[in-house]
Ligand binder design. Sequence first.
Ligand code: AMP
Ligand code: ZN
Ligand code: FE
Ligand code: FE
Length: 284
Amino acid sequence: MIDLHAHTTCSDGTDSPRELVNQALINGLSVLAITDHDSIAGWQGAKDALRLDLQLVLGAEISCLTTDGISVHMLGLLFDGDNLEMTKMLEETRDGRIPRMVKMIELLNAENYEVSMEDVYAAMPEGATLGRPHLADALVNLGILKSRNEAFEGLLNNDSPFYVSHLAPTPEVAIAQIRAAGGVAVIAHPFASLRGQILTDADFAPMVAAGLNGIEVDHRDQSAVERANLRTIAKELGVVVTGSSDYHGAGKLNLLGENTTDKGEWEKLEAMASQRRVVQSDSR
Ligand code: AMP
Ligand code: ZN
Ligand code: FE
Ligand code: FE
């Protein structure tokens, strides 16, 4: 089983990188990608935890904003973690999340939701990429909300008046950067309409021209119709089709391996990286 999208405590997941690797082994995965939001901080911990014949794909889920202001997530896999431009892009996005959170808190405070930046930091694991789920956790800790899920269905939804976007590269810039760092780019859940505004059919060709390698089709936030349309688009544009869980530990309902990528599609994707960068334990 190949699962190419999972989060840890280095962003908004609740398993440490070591726990994620252990969960992958327990669930019988053969290939696991670690893809924290705008961060590669979990790579070392995941590598150190590798055992048996699990193959680890090092990656990140890069927050992007289209020129129309639509929030898009780009999975970068198998890129060189020492690439300076890439490191800078991820760092700038993480930095931009702080003033964005301050603004969201100001908007909430103005409507008498009493939550502070300190509350958010108290709910966030050290070194994590700051995100709305940590604000959700803070609101839960304060007794204002019951769960992350409730937060995303209401107060913190993309379409809510409290939503603020943060500085992020366009998808094309992120794709070009991932490819320049030797990796492959897969657009994450592009038709997940439940989350808010989504891309249209015409948005994919420019991304493929920029170097997009694949489309995440099988994802719990995409309906059967949305998946079928994406499969057609992938075929027409000649890019790889993936499926993945977007596991967040206890932070979301998504179960590791609930959606998976075909072996043949994975092999095509891996062959498009500049080097064979999959990590495997050599202590077998
Ligand atoms: P942000 O990047 O700060 O805008 O936060 C968005 C993140 O919140 C996404 O990456 C999702 O993983 C997470 N998220 C979205 N919906 C939910 C939900 N219903 N429950 C938990 N986390 C969610
Ligand atoms: Zn997330
Ligand atoms: Fe995402
Ligand atoms: Fe994700």
